[in-house]
Design a protein around this ligand. Structure first.
Ligand code: CMC
Length: 380
């Protein structure tokens, strides 16, 4: 349908270029993802999450001094305001973990004196605080709901190490830290995905960073976006509990016109490179442990969905079994996605505010026209 400017309405904004960004680019045909010019395979292999955060926020990879300074700033900002911990203590048992995270991140803004300060320096400090505190929120919430007290992070360690430590109360091994760090690198940014777009729309009104990131968390929660990783694990666990054949299970879903979570993508027309990296991780982890069940189920599903629907897996398909094999609760998979994507959301907000213009598209009105108000007493 043509709008007032003569252009066509695009359902779901597919393929629409809404803004310019220097942060990340996706080649959907080739299955390539690049952060600021660096291929995701290169970053996953050779850079830590903190280096990627620096890259996204600053444009280049850090030298040692710059990395040390970022880590110092993140460490200094990690402590949660006590009232935010109190909120975590009081959330109902039935709350969705992403709703808890959304609420707690929003509450962080209440206790930040700079919440509405809009200088680039203040926004940079808020980005640091947000990124540093999101893992602390998730870990504290996970412990409190299990009747345990939150644990303070260790001072020197990486964000990956500290998150696992704050969650489990035990220092993770090098392999777990390394795998988790890679997951954080892979999820840090991804073009103008739904949650990032949400954050930029909110930012474009010159609202504050906490509002924009809370909104982004709300968008990520949905099962068509970040919520898919939890649904993938639910499917794998359901197959296991029922003792079902994964091929029959997934064929039944497809026959019933149900979506198979973790498959398909708006941009990729081939395998999501993040899925390929995680597939290899799951395979290696499974072989190391001599327990290949989740990998075997996943590959059977992958081959079936590919041959029946021509769809490839996205990042959520293999992140599910990766996290599960690391002993993480499926309920926390999407909050962990948010932990990593906070790097991208904040980087996009900093970029948005460098050259802001209100994001305000239009809708093609297809409703009724020409009506007049009947007095209420005369309405049927
Ligand atoms: N299972 C079964 N069929 C599917 C799936 C799927 N996962 N994904 C797409 N299709 C089919 C869909 O039914 C439609 O078929 P038809 O034309 O016959 O009606 C066709 O493929 C096109 O689907 P669409 O919904 O128009 O495509 P989209 O670009 O709007 O959707 C998507 C992209 C990711 C929402 C969709 O592929 C999907 O629902 N996937 C499952 C949820 C998921 O894994 N989400 C995570 C996305 S990647 C990580 C992230 O960014 O969060």
């Amino acid at each position: 349908m043509a709008n007032k400017n003569g252009s066509e309405k695009v359902r779901g904004l597919e393929g629409v270029i809404a803004l310019s960004s220097e942060l990340s680019s996706i080649d959907g045909e080739e299955g390539k993802l690049v952060y600021r010019g660096y291929d995701i395979y290169d970053l996953a292999e050779n850079a830590s999450f903190e280096e990627v955060v620096y890259l996204l926020w600053n444009g280049d990879l850090p030298n040692q001094g710059e990395l040390d300074a970022l880590k110092r700033d993140l460490r200094a900002a990690r402590e949660l305001p006590e009232p935010v911990i109190d909120i975590l203590r009081k959330v109902p048992d039935t709350a969705h973990p992403m709703a808890v995270l959304r609420t707690a991140v929003s509450a962080l803004g209440l206790y930040d004196d700079e919440a509405d300060a809009d200088t680039p320096e203040a926004n940079r400090r808020k980005a640091t605080r947000l990124l540093a505190r999101t893992p602390a929120i998730i870990a504290a919430y996970a412990r409190l709901r299990d009747g345990k007290e939150p644990i303070a992070p260790l001072s020197e360690a990486s964000m990956a190490f500290n998150f696992l430590y704050m969650l489990n109360g035990e220092e993770p091994g090098t392999a777990a830290e390394d795998t988790f760090d890679t997951c954080l690198v892979l999820h840090a940014d991804h073009g103008l995905n739904a949650s990032t777009f949400t954050s930029r729309v909110i930012g474009s009104t010159l609202s504050d960073m906490y509002s924009a990131v809370s909104g982004a968390i709300g968008a990520l929660k949905g099962p068509l976006h970040g919520g898919a990783n939890r649904e993938v694990m639910r499917m794998l666990l359901d197959i296991d509990e029922k003792g079902a054949d994964p091929v029959d299970y997934v064929n039944e879903k497809l026959e019933n016109k149900e979506r198979v979570m973790g498959f398909g993508h708006r941009v990729y027309r081939t395998m999501d490179p993040r899925a390929a990296i995680l597939r290899d991780r799951v395979k290696a982890l499974s072989e190391e442990r001599g327990a290949t069940k989740w990998y075997d189920y996943s590959m059977a599903i992958l081959n079936t969905v590919k041959s029946e629907k021509g769809l490839d897996p996205n990042v959520d398909f293999f992140s599910a079994s990766t996290y599960y094999m690391m002993g993480l609760d499926p309920d926390l998979f999407t909050p962990i996605f948010a932990l990593s994507r906070s790097a991208g959301w904040t980087a996009h907000l900093l970029e948005q505010w460098e050259d802001n213009r209100l994001i305000r598209p239009r809708a093609a009105y297809v409703g009724k026209t020409g009506r007049t108000v009947t007095p209420i007493s005369e309405r049927a």
